[in-house]
Design a protein around this ligand. Structure first.
Ligand code: NAP
Length: 263
């Protein structure tokens, strides 16, 4: 199937869809025919992404909704709202998203010796617990609806594998989502649900805009491909994992890092 039509009629939930990598995923998936639910705690930015989708890919039923992925209640309301909104009008059956991309994430950097407990907890709550809550809610909805296939993709990070100075909380959360994903893949395969991660290296987004320029220069110098990545390059890997082109792939992590930390 041509890449541009691989995701036709796939209802896709993208958390963190209001910014950076999540927004690029929304745009790429819509360009391949998906109906995209843009979910973000920042409703204004989610609506801005929705405007882009509605302008460039009309008539595919895109939607923007607020969510705090670290809250069970908020995540459950999000999944229920999607199912009500996309209910089959002829059979009245709820339609859960068959594709989900966990892209919501935060950083709160500090050296291990100085980090406060709440700085550690907050990052784990959003990045790791948030991934758990969304993955659980979406897969429960898919299993209850008797769906025969699904794809859940989590945006981890290369630093979950190799660590990074000043990111003890973040690197722990990103190592955690890989373990979560491998376990979810084993448990959910029997329901036709595949679970995979993408591990970006250093990507130009509002998250990395906070990093001082001299640090960016040092980082870029050690990237074999000699540059930061673009959000669209991460979205390309997500689209592959969402599509049937990856139908026999589950429980893996794809590095999108320009060769950073090869081996
Ligand atoms: P970003 O531009 O800051 O986008 C993250 C989005 O997630 C923001 O819209 C943010 O809203 C939202 N968000 C934060 N907490 C949330 C919550 N509790 N519930 C719902 N939404 C929430 O960052 P990005 O660089 O695109 O990052 C996307 C993902 O890629 C993250 O998981 C990040 O860890 C991962 N990643 C990024 C890089 C990189 O170099 N950029 C590298 C590796 C991995 P606010 O604007 O309100 O914070």
């Amino acid at each position: 199937m041509a890449a541009s039509s691989r995701l036709i009629s796939r209802l896709t939930l993208v958390t963190g869809g209001g910014s950076g990598i999540g927004r690029a995923v929304c745009q790429r998936f819509a360009s391949e025919g998906a109906s995209v639910v843009v979910a973000d705690r920042n409703e204004e930015s989610a609506n801005q992404t929705l405007e882009l989708l509605s302008r460039d890919h009309k008539g595919q039923g895109h939607l923007a909704l607020g969510v705090d992925v670290s809250s069970k209640d908020s995540v459950e309301k999000l999944v229920t709202s999607i199912q009500v909104k996309f209910m089959c009008l002829s059979c009245f059956l709820a339609a859960p998203p068959s594709v989900c991309v966990n892209a919501a994430g935060i950083t709160q950097d500090e050296f291990l010796l100085k980090m406060e407990e709440d700085e550690f907890d907050k990052v784990i709550e959003v990045n790791l617990k948030g991934t758990f809550l969304v993955t659980q809610a979406v897969s429960k909805a898919l299993v209850s609806a008797g769906a025969v296939k699904g794809s859940i993709i989590t945006v981890g990070s290369i630093v979950g594998k190799v660590g990074n100075i000043g990111q003890v909380n973040y690197s722990a959360s990103k190592a955690g989502v890989e373990g979560l994903t491998r376990t979810a893949a084993k448990e959910l395969s029997k329901f036709g649900i595949r679970c995979n991660c993408v591990l970006p290296g250093f990507i130009t987004t509002p998250m990395t805009d906070k990093v001082p320029e001299k640090v960016i220069d040092k980082l870029t110098a050690v990237i074999p491909m000699g540059r930061m990545g673009e959000p669209a390059e991460v979205a390309d890997a997500c689209a592959f994992l969402a599509s049937d082109d990856s139908r026999y792939i589950t429980g893996i992590s794809i590095e999108v890092a320009g060769g950073l930390f090869i081996g």
